[in-house]
Each structure stands twice: as C-alpha cells, then as structure tokens.
Design a protein around this ligand. Structure first.
Ligand code: SAM
Length: 278
C-alpha cells in the first residue's frame, strides 16, 4: 500500500482491540513512523496486528522539543501516523499543536476516524444528540469546579464530561447543585471486560456511587435542562383573565406568551375571545 505523504491522525481502540478500522491497520503498517503518546501502550496494539512500523514518543512532555524534527521529516515527504493511548488523538489528548503546525506548513493532515470515548458514550445514552457540548475533565478543586459547572448551567444542550473514578460521586453532587437535578448516564470501561452504564438523576447517581464506588475510565452524559411542561388552556385563561383586568389585549397576550411559553398568535386569539365575552 502506498500512502500520500502527510500526517495521519489515527483513532485506535478505547478498550477492545478489535475496535479498529481496516484502514487504520493498513495505514499504521505502511507508514514510515508512528508517533505515540506512550510507546509501550501502542506496542500492544502493534503486537496484536503485526504492525512493525518504527515508533517514537509524542506526548505533553516532549512535544515542543519533538515538533521541529517531525516537521522536517514531513517536509521531506514522510508518512507519519499520530496515535494516542486510546481513542481519537487531540480529543483531550496530545496533538493539537502538531496538527496546527503541519497545516501551517502546507502539509496534508489526514483523518483516520474511529473510536472515541465521548462519542461512544453519547451514542448509547439516550440523551438528545442534535446539540451537545464536550466539556472534558471538570477541575479537581471544589471552588473552580463549581464555577465550571455554573458556567454551563444555561446551555440547552447535552453535556459530555470525563471524570476520574475517585472524584465521580463528588462531581455528580456538584453538578446536581449547579446544573439542577438532571437526568444523566455514567458510562464506564466501555468495550472492556467491566463495561457498565448507570443512569438516573444526578443526585441519585451521586448517592448510589458514594455507597457503591466504581473503578476505571468514565464518561458522564448529562441531559439538557428539563423543558417546563406546556401550559394548558386553563393555565392560559387564568393568566389572561387576570392580565386583561389591567392590560390591553395585545399587552396581555404578549405577557402570557412570555410567561407561559405558548405561541403568541394562539394566546392573542384567546385573549380576544375572552375580552369579547360578557
Ligand atoms: N482521546 C480519547 C478518546 O477519543 O476517547 C480520550 C482521552 S482522555 C485523556 C481519557 C478519558 O477518556 C478517560 O479518563 C475517560 O474519562 C475516558 N475514557 C477513555 N476510555 C474509556 C472507556 N473505555 N470507557 C469510558 N471512558 C473512557
């Protein structure tokens, strides 16, 4: 297999070693070099698929130093794969500055998509997925964590977090306080032997997990804020009758629509009808 020169950002399994694409295996075999977050971790994957390509470390501690030589190799026409320990590189993993520099140098960056823990959890959570926000790891210190959750409280989207097992119950409790007691799903050790999901309200999960703590790698999915129940015709009439004592039909309809979240046109028609009643 001949590869175009460039940087191949290659997703690898998040647990089960079978979760890798044919294209990723072929590309890892054919590349000149594999840049690894931890070469020992990637060695296991390479052993499983008989990948003999040379490996070199690229992680948070050597990235600044290693980048110039990597760019030189790419400029000279090398094909280089970037992998992280698990899942998709750059997603809370090293690689962002390398990709930025490679792009700035006008060299191709090619994605080899595949597993990613936040996407895997999102796909099984049963939370709305038309709009979601990946927020990564919450801060570990209580004050910073509270500010972090409060800043997310008004976002009407599903929220996706990473969390460590020892901080899980505490974090869920803080979320319940700052975000409201929303529905949530805890996904742990996905695709691995001890794979488990638990769902419930944030406060219930927090209590449950403080009594029965878990180990392993965790993604938390938090549903968007609960929608207020739709106002009934009776709710609208009660609001309008009171409002019409002091307001015009137009003002009463505007106030009712804003307060009850009902369509203004419908509320206006109802206000007109109530006003006309003897
Ligand atoms: N880049 C990776 C990806 O795309 O999945 C994520 C890297 S991030 C540093 C590692 C975090 O992802 C873990 O601490 C955990 O929160 C989550 N994670 C990784 N593997 C997981 C798994 N099998 N099940 C649940 N969460 C996992």
């Amino acid at each position: 297999m001949t590869l175009e020169p460039g940087l191949y950002v290659t997703a690898t399994p998040i647990g089960n070693l079978k979760d890798i694409t044919f294209r990723a295996v072929e590309t890892l075999k054919a590349a000149d070099l594999i840049l690894c977050e931890d070469t020992r971790q990637t060695a296991k994957l390479c052993a499983a698929y008989a990948i003999k390509t040379p490996r070199a470390p690229y992680h948070d501690h050597n990235a600044g130093q290693a980048r110039p030589a990597i760019l030189d190799k790419l400029q000279a026409g090398a094909t280089i794969c970037l992998v992280s320990d698990a899942g998709t590189p750059l997603i809370s993993d090293p690689g962002y500055k390398l990709v930025r520099d490679v792009r700035d140098a006008g060299i191709s960056v090619i994605t080899l998509p595949g597993p990613s823990a936040p996407m895997a959890a999102l796909s099984i959570a049963g939370a709305p997925t038309d709009r979601f926000l990946f927020a990564g790891f919450p801060p570990s210190k209580a004050v910073a964590r509270q500010a972090f959750f409060e800043a997310l409280a008004d976002i009407t989207a599903t929220l996706v977090f990473f969390e460590t097992a020892p901080r899980l119950a505490e974090s869920l409790k803080a979320m319940a306080d700052s975000l409201g007691d929303r529905k949530a799903l805890m996904a742990r050790e996905l695709t691995k032997l001890h794979e488990e999901t638990r769902e419930g309200r944030l406060s219930t999960l927090a209590d449950d997990l403080s009594i029965k703590p878990v180990k392993g790698e965790i993604v938390l999915i938090v549903h968007p804020p609960d929608q207020p129940p739709a106002a009934t015709d009776e709710d609208i009439d009660i609001f309008l009758r009171t409002a019409l004592q002091t307001m015009s039909v137009k003002e009463a309809a505007t106030a009712a629509a804003a307060a009850l979240g009902s369509p203004r046109r419908d509320v206006y028609q109802r206000a007109l009808a109530l006003k006309a009643m003897p």
